[in-house]
Every structure is written in C-alpha cells, then in structure tokens.
Design a protein around this ligand. Sequence first.
Ligand code: CP3
Length: 335
Amino acid sequence: MLLLDACNKQPTQHVPVWLMRQAGRYMQEYRDLRAKVSFLELCKSPELVCETTVFACETIRADAAIIFADILLITESLGFKLEFAKNHGPIIHNPYNASHAFPENDIRTDYKYLSESISLTRAELPQHKALIGFAGAPFTVATYCIEGGKSKDFAKVHHMLHKMPDIFDLLMQKITTATIEYLQLQIDAGANCLQLFDSWVGILDSSTYEKHILPHVQKIFQALPLDIPTIYFGTRSKHLLKSMLKAVPTVIGLDADTSIQSTWPSLNYHPIQGNLDPLLLLEDFSVIAKQVDRILSEVNNRPGYIFNLGHGIVPQTPVENVIRLVEYVHEKTTR
Ligand code: CP3
C-alpha cells in the first residue's frame, strides 16, 4: 500500500494523498444521508459508515480511506453524555469535575459497531488502498470533556491543568487507557494505519506540553504494535513539533502554518504529512495549483512524505476542487 510505504520512507510510484475530513458535509451525498439519520446514528451503523467511507475515497480517488467516526465517541465509555446538536457542534452534558464517576466499561463491547465498520470497510476497499483508523489525542479529547464542548479560550482547561493538576491527570490517564484499547480494537478489525488527532494541543507552551501531555501520548504510541504506522497531528503546533516527536509516531502531521522547507531539516527528515491550507480549496484551481507546486518543490522528491491538508476540509469546499487536487498531486509526482 502506497500510504504505508511512504510512512516507512520507501519510494512510491507517486506521492500518496488523503485528506482530513475527506468524508463529510462538502459532499451532497453526505448531506442527503444526514437528512435521514443523525450524526451519532450514522457513526454507529456499520453499513452506512462503510458506504460513507468508501464513497468519499472513491469519489476523490484518494490513496487511503479514513474510517468515518469521531474523536469524541470515546467519551461515551468514560461516562460522558455526548450529543451532536444541529448547527452547534458537540456538547457534553455532564462536563468533567472532581466528582466524575468513571464507569467500568468494556471498550470491546462499547465499540463493537466500530470494529464491524472497520472490517466491512476493509473488505470493501481496493487492496492497495490503506484504511486509516483514528482517535483523538488525550489532551484534545480532555478539552471537550472539561469545557463541555468546543471552547474559544479554554479557560476551564487552563484552570484545571494548573490549579488541579491531579484531577486533570486522572482524566488524561482514563482517556489514555481507553484510547489504547480503542486503537488496538481498530487494528484487530483491519485498520492499516492510525492517526492521533491533537487538534487543540497548540494552545499549550512546550514545557506544559512535555510535563502534562507528552507522557500520555508516549504511552499510547509505545503500546501499539510496531508494524502499524502511526501519524500524530496537531494544529498550531509549530512550536511543539520537536516535543511531539518524542512520542515517536511513525509520521508527524504539519499544519498549514508550518513551512516544510524550514521545518523538515530540523526534524531530521522524519516522515511528514501535510499541509495545504484547506481554505485554498475555495479558490480557483490555478491558485490551488500554485500552492501545491510550492509544497512539492519544498518536499523535493524526498521519501517519507504524504500529501494532505493542514487541517480538515471545510463544508463550503467544491467537490470538484478536491477531485482535481488529488489528480494534480498524482500527476505532478508520478515517477
Ligand atoms: O476525516 C474523515 O472524513 C473521517 C471522519 C472524522 C469526523 N471527525 C467526522 C465528523 C474525523 C477524522 C473527525 C475528527 C474530529 N472530530 C476532530 C479532529 C480533526 C479536526 O478537525 O480538528 C475534532 C476536533 C472532532 C470533534 C468534532 N466533531 C467537532 C468539533 C464537530 C462539529 C464541527 C464540525 O467540524 O462539523 C464534529 C462533527 C463531525 N465529525 C462531522 C463530521 C463529518 C459533522 C457532523 C455533521 O453535522 O454531519
């Protein structure tokens, strides 16, 4: 599989491409499906997950599929009441506090639907396309548990981390243990590669990251089998990349603010993934092509590179631009 070869720094016939949030609201077919089922119902219906995952991958002709799920599903087995409210994003109705009761749940039972979704999807996808499993990194998941949803300033998170570090750490430990089992379940079901999303980690400085967050992320990557490549991605994480690499993911994801040219040498050419600004996909294709050319010239044919966006596709994106983008990267990099 092309994606796995690139993760392992092997030469590939062209640069592999997949895009974060490649299945979702920018596709009419997805919106039609969502008019009939809620987001959580969709995540928990293996046949619909398989259809959504494979359809997106085939439509845009990506080299890998990412299983349709969400980083917040894990919070349900930790005793949080999760809802995806219409036009509001995720809500946790019982935000984390010192008296939170963590239930004794079994991940294999709670996420049987995910296991089934992955085996169905793996069977449906062409052999040479990798299936990516994923989870949220402990800090990013913890921010939703503590804030009760998405936050602008993460005030409660900062407060708990600095004023009640033991209570914060207990949540991190519980998420970490659950995440290891959750990722192992995905491997057992047939995932070929795993990505850990640390979307909000960039709000931390590197010493806070190294003290309170890194040990948990390290534990996750250490627990996983060596033959399954891992990708660790954070946004606004330019100042943290060297610290994040101490967790030893196979690949490190770069966001759109990070310059490949000036960053890659300092990471000793550790395999990277990224990093076209997703908002560029709203522009004319000539604008997109120019930025892709710039990225590819910075990569300069080195092995250990996966093309992706610097963050997820936004809902207003024209599908046509996404299809052309994948095609363009393939054409430009074919050996
Ligand atoms: O990439 C894919 O195609 C696979 C599916 C996937 C989803 N969410 C589906 C989804 C993945 C990999 C995610 C990851 C995720 N979820 C992250 C990390 C990536 C990132 O964007 O930073 C985060 C922070 C979440 C949490 C989350 N889920 C939020 C904040 C929201 C609401 C805002 C939004 O972006 O829609 C969701 C809902 C969600 N997850 C949708 C989809 C397709 C939209 C649900 C809908 O209304 O249909």
